[in-house]
Design a protein around this ligand. Structure first.
Ligand code: ZN
Length: 121
């Protein structure tokens, strides 16, 4: 039985995790990465998660407003795109149809950041 690393997304053998790494779901290789890189992956995953939800809540919007202020420009940009989505179409249902009709610019931004899953279409 392996264990899933939340950073590289691979299921790896238990010996690839230290005790602490096991608890944090991060393998030995990934735990060597610089802290900002690990933080970025976590934040990206968090932001992407909001889009997967059936609805982006007020609480999520507050969180996105915090992430926009991130020192990491990449995270700040992702958060601002998803915040825009949360404002115009918080519900996931028919979101892409809506954007296709009403806001192609925003749709293009989502695409450019790979924020649209293929099965989402
Ligand atoms: Zn890993």
């Amino acid at each position: 039985m392996g264990h899933l690393c939340r950073i590289c997304g691979r299921v790896r053998a238990n010996e690839k995790f230290s005790g602490k790494g096991h608890k944090n779901h991060i393998c030995k290789d990934c735990s060597k990465k610089p802290a900002y890189e690990i933080k970025r992956i976590d934040r990206e995953e968090e932001i992407f998660g909001f889009l997967r939800q059936s609805n982006i809540s007020k609480k999520n919007i507050t969180r996105l407003n915090t992430l926009i202020k991130s020192d990491d420009s990449e995270i700040s940009e992702l958060a601002s795109i998803v915040l825009e989505v949360a404002i115009v179409k918080p519900h996931k249902r028919k979101r892409l149809n809506f954007l296709r009709k009403e806001n192609r610019e925003l749709l293009a931004k989502l695409k450019s950041k790979n924020l649209i899953e293929t099965d989402y279409w």
